[in-house]
Design a binder for this molecule. Structure first.
Ligand code: PMP
Ligand code: GLN
Length: 384
């Protein structure tokens, strides 16, 4: 049977595996990252009305003008970025397609791509399928700091791309200004492009503000910035994303997009265009509401032996399992937790290609309070 070895050799994505296990065991699912919040009523209303009253035929390949304008206006409003909506914005089927299009379009066989571990699970297969050679920088808990020597050790004449995810899933880390300075310095020195996966841009806590690398003048034309309406509006099933970048960088990405999906459902685009114009309080409330949940869940874990790590952004709280009464690695811990405690979580080692940390599990806290409380009670009973 013909098959590409990159894909033939892959397992099923950990998110699907854990969600299936959660269903099998009727467990509280804090694995896969999706919120219980149904998303803003008005945004869903626009989608419903657009499906009934608007066109349901192929929208323009680059995305509805209203959405591309809204994305450009959003990036000006929050980051001071001046994007030309006609040439610098393309709408994609979620950030997943955005990432695939960027990697397929920009990598030539043998190009090296710098990746920070732990990382989102689509990155490495897509880099490899595009012919790229991944070069890993491993960030270490609990602060996951980016170290100059670790970055310098993996860059060289073949470095073509750096793939940066901030806020970082699963580490819940927000890259600081000094770390971004370092990435900027290396990217400029190596003439590399930075693909910035910023899907959690509005899920940053404790008064911090998301700072896109692309908003730095010297990086404006060296970055492709990726966003996802799924995360901005708690509508992960919609799979509406966008890529922003200078026309020369974006042009090949658009060519990849035209044959990956070509276009994205028009009613969802119309609704996201509306939503991106929502008042500041909406965006602030998204982060503050999730921050309260983070703190509620972290506090509820006290007494279980699970030690929460710092969480500066994203939907995710990681906990150190090494002081619990269960002595095993993160994979076995999660297998037992779903079956014995009835709580599904993701083993953090799933987010590594090599040298994985095996003492951490990731919980999604973007859930109803009662769900979080029930999960914590179950974990405490199991581990107590
Ligand atoms: N990047 C990261 C870091 C993610 O966590 C996710 C998952 N939500 C994605 C990309 C994919 O986003 P989307 O659902 O918009 O395809
Ligand atoms: N981004 C989500 C997570 O990290 C899952 C996305 C998916 O299931 N593909 O849990």
């Amino acid at each position: 049977m013909p098959a590409d070895p990159t894909f033939a050799g892959l397992g099923t994505t950990i998110f699907e595996v854990v969600s299936r296990l959660a269903r099998t065991h009727d467990a509280v699912n804090l694995g896969q990252g999706f919120p219980d919040d149904p998303g803003p009523q008005d945004v869903r209303q626009v989608a419903a009305e657009a499906a009934l009253e608007g066109s349901n035929q192929y929208p323009p390949m680059l995305g509805l003008p209203t959405l591309r304008q809204a994305v450009a206006a959003h990036d000006r409003r929050f980051y001071g970025l001046a994007l030309d909506w006609e040439t610098e914005v393309v709408v994609t089927t979620g950030a997943t397609e955005a990432l695939a299009a960027c990697l397929l379009a920009l990598i030539e066989p043998g190009d090296e791509v710098v990746l920070f571990q732990p990382l989102y699970d689509s990155y490495v297969p897509m880099v490899r399928r595009a012919g790229g050679v991944p070069r890993f920088v491993t960030l270490k808990p609990p602060d996951w700091r980016l170290d100059r020597s670790a970055l310098e050790a993996v860059v060289g004449p073949q470095t073509r791309l750096i793939l940066l995810n901030t806020p970082l899933n699963p580490a819940a880390k927000v890259f600081g200004a000094e770390e971004l300075d370092l990435i900027e310095e290396i990217a400029r020195c190596r003439n590399a492009v930075v693909i910035c996966d910023e899907v959690y841009e509005h899920i940053v806590f404790d008064g911090q503000v998301h700072q896109p690398l692309m908003a730095r003048p010297a990086m404006r034309d060296r970055c492709l910035r990726i966003g996802s309406a799924g995360k901005v509006f708690s509508l992960t099933g919609w799979k509406v994303g966008y890529v922003m970048g200078n026309p020369a960088l974006l042009a090949p990405v658009i060519k990849a997009h035209q044959f990956l999906v070509f276009t994205v459902p028009p009613n969802l685009q119309a609704a996201v265009a509306y939503g991106l114009g929502k008042e500041d309080a909406y965006f602030a409330g998204l982060a503050s509401g999730l921050q309260v949940k983070r703190d509620r869940f972290a506090a509820a874990l006290a007494g279980s032996g699970l030690r929460p790590l710092p969480c500066a952004g994203t939907y995710f709280l990681n906990a150190d399992i090494s002081e619990t009464r269960i002595s095993c690695g993160d994979v076995a811990f999660c297998e037992r937790a779903v079956a014995e405690a009835g709580v599904a979580a993701i083993p953090v080692s799933a987010f590594y290609e090599e040298a994985a940390a095996t003492h951490l599990v990731r919980f999604c806290f973007a859930k109803d309070d009662a769900v979080l409380d029930e999960a914590a009670v179950r974990l405490a009973r199991w581990l107590g």
